[in-house]
Design a protein around this ligand. Sequence first.
Ligand SMILES: Cc1ncc(C[n+]2csc(CCOP(=O)(O)OP(=O)(O)O)c2C)c(N)n1
Length: 319
Amino acid sequence: MNLEKEKLLEMYRKMLEIRHFEEKAFELYGQNLVPGTLHLYAGQEAVAVGVCANLRKDDYITSTHRGHGHCIAKGAQLDRIMAEILGKKTGYCKGKGGSMHIADFSVGMLGATAVVGAGIPIASGAGLSIKLRGTDQVVACFFGEGASNQGTFHEGINMAAIWTLPVVFVCENNLYAMGTRQTNVMLIENVAERAVAYGIPGVTVDGNDVLAVYEAAHEAVKRARESRGPTLIECKTYRHKGHSRFDPATYRPKEEVEEWLKKDSVQRFKAKLLEMKILTETEVDKIEQDVIAAVEKAAKFAIDSPCPAPEEALEDVCA
Ligand SMILES: Cc1ncc(C[n+]2csc(CCOP(=O)(O)OP(=O)(O)O)c2C)c(N)n1
């Protein structure tokens, strides 16, 4: 697929933003600045970026507990995401949601959720809303292979299939649900095989190759926009860190981690852009320095922001 230089650079920059943002969040957690825990997206950047590069601002996404990357890829602001993670008043949910509850309706980010699999029926609901309103918007729904064993997966996808809803279901298969290996809980190798049960297309792609993800999502988004119904895309990938900030991930064999680190999506895309002569080494450094500066600025904004006042605790509460 021939993409313009500008588009490729935008995708590379977004992947770098996610990588550096997650490294910074990890660092701030170590300084006791993050209430609660963190589920870092580092390693899976190619999925969020490859999918969201096909979306318009008025398209929607639903996210998961591992959602910072989805927010960044869909165009949410680094400073307000970081502020939310630090529980600050300037965050997307006024500091009352934290890392797992970030939403930004202004860019179509319908929200992250701590409930595994909960984003799937929400995506189908958003798809139904699009259909009833008669627009040509699309929803991309991110979830893990662990979530694909929840009842919500069956219900949400089946409903989207029978009603021909404009949803792209994106399974980020990082091989583990917390410490549980996929092979211990599934007899099939590819989650995409489950698409057959719903009568929709299912494809498995290398989730560490941003261009492969882009291409699969391009086809699926086109299909959804033309009212031809949903697709299930499975992206094989790997998280760099443990499940959450608490998890040293000792259940993963050292050799397996090393193998996957060699397939790192950011490094691979950089090598590809250099090989295609889209970028020079000097430009690579420049982009990286710009991104690091933007992330530092976001972190400073978050650190310097005030906490919500105790009396605000009951504001914005639905009861
Ligand atoms: C309904 C529900 N069950 C269990 C949990 C506990 N839990 C949190 S994350 C997680 C694993 C999810 O794995 P997966 O969907 O593959 O996403 P990943 O963490 O690999 O990105 C579990 C079991 C939860 N939050 N919600």
